[in-house]
Design a protein around this ligand. Sequence first.
Ligand code: ZN
Length: 245
Amino acid sequence: MVARHDLTTDPELRDELLTVRRGTAFFARKVTELSDADFDEPSLLPGWSRRHLLAHVGDNARALTRLVQWANTGVETPMYDSPAARDAEIDFGATLPVRALRHLNDHAAISLDVEWRDSPDAAWEATVRTAQGREVPARETVWMRTREVWLHAIDLANGARFSDVPEPVLARLLRDITGTWRARGTDVGLVVAVDGWDDRLGDIESEDPAIVSGELPDLVRWASGRGDTGVTASTGEITPAPRWL
Ligand code: ZN
């Protein structure tokens, strides 16, 4: 039975679904603003043209769809067969005519959304495994996709800005990124201070930390490895952020 509305009754999850759909619409709008020829130009990601980026965003939707199907059926379907298979898919996708790439991307986004819509509450809590090998509840796919569509809309390099991203998404991103550094121990002596926030992130136990501060959108840009505009450092010199993904 196909539902026309989300099956989940969880208000928090419904909220997250709203945010990811806004992000999907935002990404789609930025794609629409580009001509086919524009896709031969570079994206903001090193070594990737906009074709690569569009191919990747479509692939990502299909990979996340597999995780949601896994949660719904109990039949294990990984995101990708291997990292090499993922890269090969992107390289192949980038060779397709842009018209086809646009269709594939739209179609993949719709399929993922239908899969979410038709997932009952129990499926959202089922454990699946990400490409990085993390075991997460299926509801995490919503956040994984949220990050992708908002950040990669900026990476299209045709006018989307970090300040276009909703504040709760930026805040969660920064906590995610600094949390990853923490877990890996790559943030020794580094503290992140967001203007207007009570708490600080990073190596807050350090006695003599280098404090990187700024407005939330600028700090997310820096923390995600996309430049240091608007960011200041207590040491006077802004170091590149530790790796995130
Ligand atoms: Zn991505």
